[in-house]
Design a protein around this ligand. Structure first.
Ligand code: FEO
Ligand code: CA
Ligand code: CA
Length: 650
């Protein structure tokens, strides 16, 4: 990186991407696992102006100072942006002075971007839902996008999770613009509405009004005469041909998945594991492994009042499938064995501390307890699908969870699992749309949650999400009797709070103090120390507040007694929750793992506002001072090591 470097598609395709988020490490050999490994790293989104060093072509600033897309995007600037997204796989090595560096010529180094060919596997693969002009058989697509939290599998692959992908697409509202579509009604897929694919709206002169560009306006680079391969046209989800095999109306249905990557084989194709559901996936974490029991994965939909999910494999865990560093195993074939066939469930949290995993299969009967007019019908018929249409259930995962009566949550973010106890922790980052008890919910489309394509806009508090206008979030925890069990018990581990919020009565329920105030918990990692006293690491994402910058906290959960308080962390034991590190201004702290010997902790600093401090040459060493120069702030992976080389956090 240098201040004067021109960003081109080629340079970007050979660089670490932008806005680091989830990451994980993969040893090359067990002997050197703590000093030499492959790191896979998500590049969640981009800051266009930092990338282009100013306003990209096509954008203008109006008299109010607002930046708007008013023209067409330059194809090479768009390609550069596409190449700055996705996943970076890079070999890292520590030298004898404990300095880490990238191994530049490594056979493992690669970029997976928003244009990399990917395979679809599981129920959706080969179905009519994912037929596009790119692949009439519906088995492949291009790119993975807005990859937020990470996950990993026991067989040595990386999981990257597609979160805010809907807004890279856009649809023309065809009602007044027949030239752009064949049928306004057919074009309005319920899942597009449910997940938030943006619509362009035109006036009578065919000018775009209320311009909703999609996130970056990539589709404006498409010249129909030149873009025959749909390089940019694929971001236009409007039905423009006589059938789906002639356009990209189904392209968004090839996104919203957990994507498996073999970091050991740079020639392997990423695989979208559709059996784990389709929504705005924050991340994906394996449950406790038990030989002869199913392998389970937990995931969450990060949007206000959305749900938590669990996937239970049909195949039973065989410890012989565990990763052997350096082996030439076909890891994606093992992934297919455990992740293509199984059952998906959504979580219901009861007020008495019990919980239930609600099955989402085509023949699952909609329960009367969910209060829906579809009670007694199968999910397939309630959703208007053919009997046995598992692909349709996955495409409409959220609608299926609505009908089953899943509990709307305060924005599920990261999860992590204590591999000894099997306890699952998940952050619920915040929720500004949480109403007082007894107040009626409101819905995004239609008049009720059971309307296809409709989501909760605002939902009343419930036991697992008990605070109105929850600005600061909480960490919830649950445990099941065995991995495949559909019953669980849950409690709240800790409620976030900041100084000013805490003045409200009954808000600071974990009795946090100035030493450990936090808000908007997001990243999470259970650091198993092998002695039953593992550390739970919690990272935050507020973008900074007047009370604190974003931070990393640490707590040893085992042995903490809940007592009669609302959460495990309470006034008696709150000093056990310790602030470990604080990030620079404006950043989010995310992504976390330690080397197996626990001497180096890796975290990511995303979207800092003043790092590297400035380019005026002064290089002010105080990162808390707002810069005066012209900065191009960039995300960074930060390694924390003790001066004496000992284990972190002991
Ligand atoms: Fe990308 Fe939900 O954070
Ligand atoms: Ca996140
Ligand atoms: Ca967040």
């Amino acid at each position: 990186w240098s201040q004067d470097l021109a960003f081109t598609p080629e340079i970007q395709a050979n660089s670490v991407g932008m806005h680091h988020d989830g990451m994980y490490h993969f040893p090359i050999s067990d002997d050197t696992a703590s000093s030499n490994f492959i790191m896979a790293l998500n590049n969640e989104y981009i800051d266009q102006r930092a990338l282009a060093k100013g306003l990209p072509q096509g954008y203008t600033r109006n008299e109010k100072g607002e930046v708007r897309l008013t023209g067409e995007r330059d194809p090479d600037e768009v390609r550069t942006e596409i190449n700055a997204h996705g996943v970076t796989v890079v070999e890292l090595r520590r030298d004898e002075n404990r300095v880490w560096d990238v191994v530049r010529s490594s056979q493992y180094n690669r970029r997976i971007t928003s244009a990399t060919p990917c395979d679809l596997e599981g129920p959706v693969a080969g179905s009519q839902y994912v037929v596009t002009a790119y692949d009439n058989t519906g088995r492949t697509t291009r790119g993975t996008n807005n990859n937020c939290a990470s996950g990993f599998t026991p067989w040595g692959t990386y999981l990257t999770c597609e979160e805010n992908w809907p807004s890279i697409f856009a649809k023309y509202d065809t009602q007044d613009n027949a030239e752009y579509g064949v049928n306004a009604t057919a074009d309005r897929y319920a899942d597009d509405d449910r997940l938030g694919i943006p619509h362009y709206v035109f006036d009578d002169n065919d000018d775009i009004i209320g311009l909703d560009t999609g996130r970056y306006g990539w589709l404006t680079s498409a010249d129909p005469a030149e873009d025959t391969a749909g390089e940019f046209a694929r971001f236009n989800a409007t039905a423009t041909a006589s059938s789906a095999s002639g356009d990209y109306r189904n392209e968004p249905r090839t996104f919203g998945y957990i994507v498996e990557i073999d970091p050991y084989d740079a020639s392997s194709r990423p695989v979208k594991r559709t059996a784990l559901g389709r929504f705005r996936h924050e991340g994906c974490w394996p449950g406790k492994l038990v030989a002869g029991e199913p392998v389970v994965f937990y995931s969450g939909h990060d949007a206000r009042n959305e749900y938590i999910y669990k996937f239970v494999s049909d195949a039973k865990w065989d410890p012989a499938d565990a990763n052997m560093a350096g082996a030439t195993t076909d890891r994606l074939a093992i992934g297919a064995k455990y992740m293509n066939e199984g059952t998906l469930y959504a979580a219901k949290f009861n007020a008495d501390g019990s919980g239930e995993w609600l099955e989402l299969e085509p023949d699952t009967i909609v329960p009367a307890s969910a209060g829906s007019r579809y009670a007694g019908m199968t999910l397939a018929s309630a959703l208007g699908l053919e009997a046995g249409d598992r692909a349709g259930i996955i495409i409409h995962t959220c609608d299926a969870a609505d009908l089953m009566g899943a509990t709307p949550m305060d924005r599920p973010e990261w999860g992590t699992v204590d591999p000894v106890s099997g306890e699952v922790y998940m952050t619920l980052t915040n929720n500004s749309d949480r109403l007082p008890e007894g107040q009626s919910p409101t819905f995004s489309n239609g008049s009720s949650i059971e309307e296809p394509g409709s989501a909760y806009d605002e939902a009343p508090v419930n036991a697992a999400n008990p605070r109105v206008n929850n600005n600061d979030g909480q960490v919830i925890r649950w445990v099941e009797p065995s991995p495949g069990d559909t019953r669980f018990s849950w409690d709240i581990f800790v409620f976030g709070a900041l100084g000013t919020d805490s003045e409200a009565e009954d808000y600071n329920r974990s009795s946090l103090t100035a030493q450990n105030y936090f808000s908007s918990c997001d990243g999470l990692w259970y650091d198993d120390r092998g002695d039953g006293q593992g550390i739970l690491w919690i990272e935050t994402d507020t973008g900074g507040t007047s009370v604190t910058n974003d931070q990393v906290l640490a707590v040893v959960p085992q042995g903490l007694q809940k007592g009669n308080n609302a959460s495990v962390i309470n006034s008696e034991n709150q000093a056990q929750l310790k602030r470990f590190a604080v990030g620079p201004n404006g950043c989010e702290v995310t992504g976390i793992f330690a080397t197996p010997d626990k001497t180096a902790l890796f975290i990511n600093i995303q979207h800092p506002s003043n790092w590297p401090i400035d380019d005026s040459g002064s290089n002010t060493p105080d990162a808390t001072v707002e810069p005066s120069g012209n900065v191009r702030p960039r995300a960074s992976t930060v390694v924390i090591q003790k001066a004496d080389g000992g284990q972190i956090a002991v």
